[in-house]
Design a protein around this ligand. Sequence first.
Ligand SMILES: [Mn+2]
Length: 318
Amino acid sequence: MTNTYDTGRLNLPFVGISTFGKRPYVEDWAKLDADVAILGAPFDAGTQWRSGARFGPRAVREASTLFSFGHAGAYDHEDDATYLPETVRIMDMGDADIIHTDTEGSHANIETGVRAALAAGALPVTIGGDHSVNIPCIRAFDGQGDIHILQIDAHLDFVDERHGVRHGHGNPMRRAAECDYVNGLTQVGIRNVSSTAKEGYDDARAMGSDILSVRQARALGPKGVIDRIPDRARLYITIDIDAFCPSIAPGTGTPSHGGFLYYDVLEMLQTAARRHDIVGIDLVEVAPDYDPTGSTAILAAQVLMNLLGFIFHARAGG
Ligand SMILES: [Mn+2]
C-alpha cells in the first residue's frame, strides 16, 4: 500500500534547477501571476570595500533549495503551524539585467522588475546585490501609498553625497528618507564605524529615523523593537545580511562584529508580520565567496523563507 508521499517525483533539494525554493521561473514579467515575486539584483558596483554580492542571488537561490521539501508544507512544531502551503504562490522572476559600470541603468532595470511585481499584485522580494539595490526598490513604491521602512543592518547607510556619489551602498536609507511616501524609518542593529559620519546620524533622526544598536534592540526585546513602529504600518523590510554576527554570516563585504543571532532577527520579523502589512522585502549583501561553508547563504534563504511563512500565515488569520 502506498501513501500520498510516494507518488510523483521525490524531488530532493539537490535535484533540479535552482530557482528560489525551486518555485516556477517566470521569464515574461507581464505574465506574472503570483503572491510572492522573487527578483535577483546581482549588482555590487556600489560597494566601498569588498565586492562579491553580485553572486548573492545565485547563492541564496541554491541555498533555498534546502527548504524546498515539497510534499507537506513547512510544519513548525513550536508554532504548531504549517507555513507556506502550496496555496501561497511563490514565483521567481530571475534577475534584473545588470550593465557593468552603469549604476543608473542597472538600478532602472531593478526598478522595472519591482514595478512589475507590484503591478501583478505580488509581494516583491529582491535579493541583492549590495545595499544600493534598495534605492530602485523604494523608487518602485512611488504612487503605492505611504510606507515605513524597517532596516536591519550593521550600518546606517545614510550618507547624502560624497565625491558626487549618491547611489552607492552607503546611501540607500538617505535616498529612501527623501521620498515623500516614506513616512519613517526604524534602523536596527546599527553598530561600529561605517561610512555614515555623525552628521548622517543627526540628519537621519531629523528626518524621522529611530536608530537602535544590537545591544539596545536586545534590551528592548524583539516585540519592544517592533512596538516602536507606528501601528498597522505598510512596512517595507530591508535586511542587510551584515546585521548578523560575522560568526554566523561571514559571507558579506563589510562584516561587523557584535551582530544579531538568528532568533534576534527572526522574532522581530515574526512580530512585524503579525502587526504590520508587509508590502516589500529586500535582502542584500550576501557575498558568498567569503564563506566557503555556504552558511551565510543558507541563513539568508532561511530568513526569507520564514519571513514569507509568517506574512502569509498572518494574512490567512494565523
Ligand atoms: Mn547596508
